[in-house]
Design a protein around this ligand. Structure first.
Ligand code: SME
Length: 150
């Protein structure tokens, strides 16, 4: 893993390891991602409530509040249980536009002991902003988050 991601994951661990509140830890982790990753326009969490994802802590412009399971990149990642990396959101069938300027996106589903908790979503206004390495880094950060919460 690249040094910048190793450092970012160490910072993430330092921010959340002593705390277990899911909102507090999500808030600090999206602030970290938004501050440290270049060209990121939005970084945040959606949490599952019934069959719907509702926006949680985030950094960036105001976002869609509610996303049904199966809808958009977030809802599809949540439903399939697999991360989705989109190089060009305009080419992704069903992409939900929250920010008309967004061009690429990664969504990592969050499962705690087999139960869907929500998703981590990171957007950029640059096409193909996220590499496989970025996706792996976000998956590792999601693991740190999930291990920290109650
Ligand atoms: N584009 C996402 C919606 C969430 S926002 O990007 C913050 C989607 O298609 O699920």
């Amino acid at each position: 893993m690249r040094a910048d991601w190793r450092r970012l994951l160490q910072q993430a661990d330092g921010l959340v390891s002593a705390y277990s509140n899911r909102v507090s830890n999500a808030a600090n982790l999206c602030a970290l991602l938004y501050q440290e990753l270049p060209d990121v326009s939005w970084a945040g969490f959606y949490f599952l409530h019934g069959n719907t994802l509702l926006v949680g802590p985030f950094q960036g412009p105001p976002a869609c509040v509610s996303i049904d399971l199966g809808q958009g990149v977030c809802g599809q990642a949540a439903m399939t249980g697999k991360p989705i990396r989109v190089g060009d959101v305009e080419a992704f069938d069903g992409h939900i536009v929250c920010d008309a300027e967004a061009r690429s996106e990664v969504v990592v589903p969050l499962f705690k002991e087999g139960d869907l908790v929500g998703v981590l979503d990171v957007d950029s206004r640059r096409l193909n902003r996220f590499s496989q390495e970025d996706q792996s880094g976000l998956e590792a950060l999601a693991k740190i988050y999930l291990a920290s919460i109650d």
